[in-house]
Structure formats: structure tokens, C-alpha cells
Design a protein around this ligand. Structure first.
Ligand code: SF4
Length: 335
């Protein structure tokens, strides 16, 4: 591993100013950056520790908005009474992420910015195969190789990776905003717009394998704002190969309000099917005013997933996504 300078930032503005410098990486819990450095995905000249910046790990209620600092760790979020009362979906997603040990270190901000688990990407240098994310123009080994866990939506031939975060799916479903600090500004954005699919990157004129999110170089995530919602039930379903510790093959989050036997509002989002959480807007709209039944939900989700396109090894993910979304809505309806 290359030698690097280490320093501690005292404020978010100071950290974001340093983050804008070439060769600088920020570190908080360290559950991602150290892996990237070990594998040679990044080789920073300077690592800036943001883990001790005061006031960045709080969880509090402000009016009807739940505020969670970017440095709050996943276990604390999962067990916090305010999260349990106002955003239990997020608590459930945090509890299902990683292992208890990792959740004690992993921050919410870092979890959102983790990168794909594509095995061709997560390999040690010198890379023995092509990966356009690691080496532009070297090809996508997953596209023609092992792709059973890869994307079914929004992908291009340049990259078929997915985003693996659980909390990001719940935050998107809850309509949360992310707060971003740069040296001269604080801005908010819907959390669901932070990441882009490969196809969206290409439409924006960017490298569809390398461009993953809209975060600017000198911006740092400082917190999340989650609107308190009048939902009658929520559910997070995570489908994975083993329950103890595994990334999602597919996940689904639902936040539902039912009144008088009919759906009044619905948030329905899939995870691990694309390079960002995938909102099933068609199904959300189709179910408004409808009674909840397995048939109506199944039909709405099936219709919305018509645009999904499988790779040679992952056709099963379309069925898993459909079943997880249906189960999330039906479970939310009875929770
Ligand atoms: Fe690399 Fe993306 Fe292809 Fe994986 S899917 S090998 S990350 S280019």
C-alpha cells in the first residue's frame, strides 16, 4: 500500500475543502475506504479523518422532520427510539445491513457512498481482467462472464453493476433528502437523485461505467432529513443467499397508507437491481385508490417491471424483484 499523509478535520467545511484536492480521500468508519486502499481501487496521498467532527452523529426530531447525522452508525440508528417511532423502515434496513461488528463502525453517510460488490471490481491490483470502472476501456468482464447478481435495470454494455446499500433503499422510499456541504454552500437533494444508473450517466454525456453519483469533488454528506409520514405500515424485504451476513440479491421497501380499505399513498422501491434504488412509480400510481390484494399488487408490479432486462445468468432476479416488491407491500399492509 502506498504511503499517505493522515490528518483530522475539525469541521465539515474544512473536510470538504480538503476533499476537493486531488489525491485526497475522506475516512469515517473505515469499512469501505480501507478495502479500496487494500485492493488498489484508490491510492490517496492524503487521508482526512472526519470521524471526530462534532455534531455529525446526532439523531433528533425537528418539527415533523427526523434529522440523522451522516456519522451516525448503523447499529445506533437501528436501535434509536426516534427512528423506531418515525422511520421504522430505515431501522429495519440498517439492521439487515452487514454484520453487527461492521454496523458498529459503518456510518450512514459512508454506507450510502459504498461502491458496487461486483467481484470483478473488488479484486486486487494488478487486475487480471477487464473492468471499465477500474480501468476505462478495458471492458466489462461481468457483462459476458459471471453476472448472476448484477443489474436488471438501467445498465449498459459498459457496466452492469448494482448499488448494494440497504439504508439507501429505505431512505429513497421515505422521500428523504441528503444534506451536502461544500466550502461555500450547503445544499439539499432528494436522496434518490444522488446516484445514477449507467444509462443515465451515458445520457448525461458521462462515462457510463465511471460516473456513479452527482456528488461534487468538494462536497461532503453531513446528514439526512426524513419527513415524518402518516403511513399505516412499512416493510423492508431483503433477499440474500445467507441471512447471517450477505449483500442483497434483491431488496424491496414499501411505505403504505391505507384508509377505508383503499391505498391512499405508497412508496415502493427496489434495491440491488440497478446502480441506484429503483422506484416503482408505475406500481405506486396504479395502486392508489385500489384495495390491497395479492392480485392487484402483483399485476401493478409485473407491469412496472416490464422494462427490466436480464443478463444471461440473472433472469431469476426479475422474478425475485417482483416477488420481493409484492411481499413488501402485502407485509406493510398487515404490519
Ligand atoms: Fe467492472 Fe461494472 Fe463490469 Fe463489474 S459490471 S466488471 S464493476 S465494469
Amino acid at each position: 500500500m502506498k504511503e499517505f499523509a493522515y490528518s483530522r478535520a475539525r469541521t465539515a467545511a474544512e473536510a470538504s475543502a480538503l476533499a476537493g484536492r486531488s489525491g485526497t480521500c475522506l475516512i469515517a468508519g473505515g469499512t469501505e475506504l480501507l478495502n479500496w486502499m487494500r485492493l488498489g481501487i484508490v491510492a490517496p496521498d492524503q487521508v482526512v479523518d472526519i470521524g471526530a467532527i462534532p455534531g455529525q452523529a446526532g439523531i433528533r426530531l425537528e418539527g415533523d422532520t427526523l434529522l440523522i447525522g451522516a456519522l451516525a452508525d448503523l447499529n445506533r440508528i437501528a436501535g434509536h427510539p426516534l427512528v423506531e417511532a418515525h422511520a421504522p423502515l430505515l431501522g429495519q434496513a440498517c439492521r439487515s445491513a452487514a454484520s453487527p461488528q461492521v454496523r458498529n463502525r459503518a456510518t450512514l453517510g459512508g454506507n450510502i457512498l459504498q461502491r458496487t460488490r461486483c467481484p470483478y471490481f473488488r479484486a486486487e491490483e494488478p487486475l487480471p481482467w477487464g473492468c471499465n470502472k477500474r480501468r476505462p476501456g478495458s471492458g466489462c468482464s461481468a457483462h459476458r462472464g459471471r453476472n448472476g447478481e448484477h443489474a436488471i435495470l438501467g445498465w449498459t454494455g459498459s457496466c452492469v453493476a448494482t448499488h448494494p446499500s440497504d439504508p439507501l433503499v429505505a431512505l429513497t422510499c421515505l422521500g428523504a433528502e441528503v444534506e451536502l456541504v461544500s466550502p461555500n454552500a450547503l445544499r439539499r437533494a432528494p436522496v434518490g437523485t444522488l446516484h445514477v444508473t449507467q444509462r443515465e450517466a451515458r445520457h448525461a454525456g458521462e462515462d457510463s461505467a465511471r460516473y456513479e453519483n452527482t456528488l461534487r469533488d468538494d462536497e461532503m454528506i453531513v446528514g439526512f432529513r426524513i419527513p415524518a409520514q402518516s403511513v399505516t405500515g412499512t416493510s423492508y424485504i431483503k433477499v440474500r443467499e445467507r441471512r447471517s451476513y450477505a449483500y442483497a440479491l434483491v431488496s424491496a421497501a414499501a411505505a403504505l397508507r391505507v384508509e377505508g380499505g383503499a391505498v391512499r399513498s405508497l412508496g415502493l422501491v427496489l434495491g440491488s437491481v440497478a446502480q441506484r434504488p429503483w422506484r416503482l412509480r408505475g406500481a405506486e400510481a396504479a395502486l392508489i385508490g385500489q384495495p390491497i390484494s395479492k392480485d392487484t399488487v402483483h399485476a401493478a408490479v409485473e407491469e412496472d417491471l416490464r422494462e427490466a432486462k436480464s443478463l444471461p445468468d440473472n433472469e431469476h432476479k426479475i422474478r425475485l424483484a417482483r416477488n420481493a416488491a409484492v411481499r413488501a407491500v402485502l407485509t406493510a399492509a398487515t404490519s
